[in-house]
Design a binder for this molecule. Structure first.
Ligand code: NAD
Length: 394
């Protein structure tokens, strides 16, 4: 089938298997170009098929020759519909890892469920023995609670008061004001249930209970802070509440891993175009201005550059880890530089529909968005017939 992008709002409902493979290859090439990392050997990545989780898996495998187990939730190809890009990314990753003699196992299912945890535990026991790095990188809109069966849906809303601010419709290139009502207490609790730390802690406890945590094991989850313009909708909103909960879980998980002379921490990452971030109002406009500023200053990084840096300078640097006063690794340090933030703040009030492409890197944002689905990669012939029905092998 000849596959072209079909964008609906902030998602693209098609994805290109060869383009996704090229995207994965680019990330592998980047990590390899930086040389080996003396890092973890048996790595579990929860949320392994896209964005920061995929970059983490690639860095562990191709930087440290690690055996990796990836957990993700992606749609297979069926009835002439393409798979989701994370599915094709995982096929490509797995083929490329195995071609280099690296172990890679995959679990496509609901990470929040007890069933997936049990299946992963069984696999670790069978194939790896113990795990020495657990990356928690889920971006999910809902969670079925494993004990109550309740369905929690996360919402992106302010807390305490209605928010009105600038946002961009990335489909129509229109800047407008968006007004979002404050979340109810139930919506806050639901968002915390989905994106907070409970599931991360359940994973670590389950692995510990099964005796699968290695001596000195580390676990990391990802967080975002960003500039004040996004705070009402992010840091001080429902998702920020979930992240507070994630930070509290990090402290408990750290205490648990200390029993194995290990540790857990939060890494605060840069705002980047991913399928999760493109769904958040205000954030895509901020990202497109940020990209312009950071590219002009030669400071721009994507997921793979961020995670490669996290592994080399924080996780496995051989020197003391550098944390902020709340104990978080700050690989968002370049985004948060005052020269970057003041340049963004200068552009923010001036940006309009008319000057969108001049004042921001909306063109770069869109290119990056399409690349998430395997479109716009060099060396891929998008007019050629490709097999969309490829399946992930055991
Ligand atoms: P993403 O949308 O690119 O990837 C999400 C991953 O979660 C995918 O692998 C998906 O398959 C998996 N997933 C979703 N629901 C699942 C489920 N029920 N079971 C199993 N797997 C499931 O997301 P991302 O932007 O890379 O975000 C990952 C983490 O990084 C999040 O915690 C996010 O808050 C954080 N973060 C993101 C940004 C950003 O700008 N994108 C910045 C800083 C921190």
């Amino acid at each position: 089938m000849i596959i072209k992008p079909k964008i609906r709002g902030f998602v693209c409902i098609t994805s290109h298997p060869e383009g996704c493979a090229a995207h994965v290859q680019e990330q592998i090439d980047y990590v390899k170009s930086k040389g080996p990392i003396d890092g973890a050997k048996n790595v579990l990545i929860i949320g392994a098929s896209q964005g920061y989780g995929l970059a983490s898996r690639i860095t562990a495998a191709f930087g440290s020759q690690a055996s990796t187990i990836g957990v993700f939730f992606e749609r297979e190809p069926a009835n002439g519909r393409t798979a989701t890009s994370g599915y094709y990314n995982t096929i490509a990753f797995t083929e490329k890892a195995r071609a280099e003699g690296l172990y890679a196992a995959n679990f496509n299912g609901d990470a929040f469920s007890d069933e997936i945890k049990e299946a992963v535990i069984h696999k670790v026991k069978e194939d790896l023995g113990k795990i020495d790095l657990i990356i928690y990188s889920l971006g999910s809109p809902r969670r079925i609670h494993p004990e109550t069966g309740a369905v929690h849906k996360s919402v992106i809303k302010p807390i305490g008061q209605t928010f009105t601010g600038k946002t961009v419709d990335t489909d129509k290139d229109i800047i407008s004001d968006i007004t979002i009502e404050a979340a109810t207490d139930e919506e806050i609790a639901d968002t915390v249930a989905v994106m907070g730390g409970d599931d991360w802690e359940r994973w670590i406890k389950a692995l510990d209970h099964a005796g699968l945590i290695d001596e000195g094991a580390t676990s990391v989850a990802y967080d975002y802070i960003g500039p004040e313009v996004t705070w009402p909708i992010y840091t001080n909103g429902t998702i920020g509440s979930a992240k507070k909960d994630l930070r509290a879980a990090a402290k408990r998980i750290d205490a648990l891993l200390k029993n194995h002379h290990g540790s857990a921490f939060i890494s605060v990452n840069k705002a980047l175009v991913t399928q999760s971030s493109s769904a958040i109002p205000v954030v895509p406009l901020y990202i497109s201005i940020l990209y312009k500023v950071m590219k002009e200053k030669g400071l721009h990084e994507g997921c793979i550059e961020q995670i490669d840096r996290l592994f080399r300078t924080q996780l496995f640097s051989g020197t003391a880890l550098v944390f902020d006063d709340e104990g978080r690794a700050r690989i968002d340090n370049l985004e948060m530089k005052s020269e970057v933030q003041s340049a963004v703040a200068e552009i923010w009030p001036e940006i309009t529909t008319e000057n969108l492409y001049e004042k921001s890197d909306m063109a770069g944002y869109k290119k990056e968005f399409l690349r998430l689905f395997g479109f716009g990669l060099s060396g891929v012939n998008y007019d050629a017939d490709v097999d969309e029905a490829i399946m992930l092998k055991e």
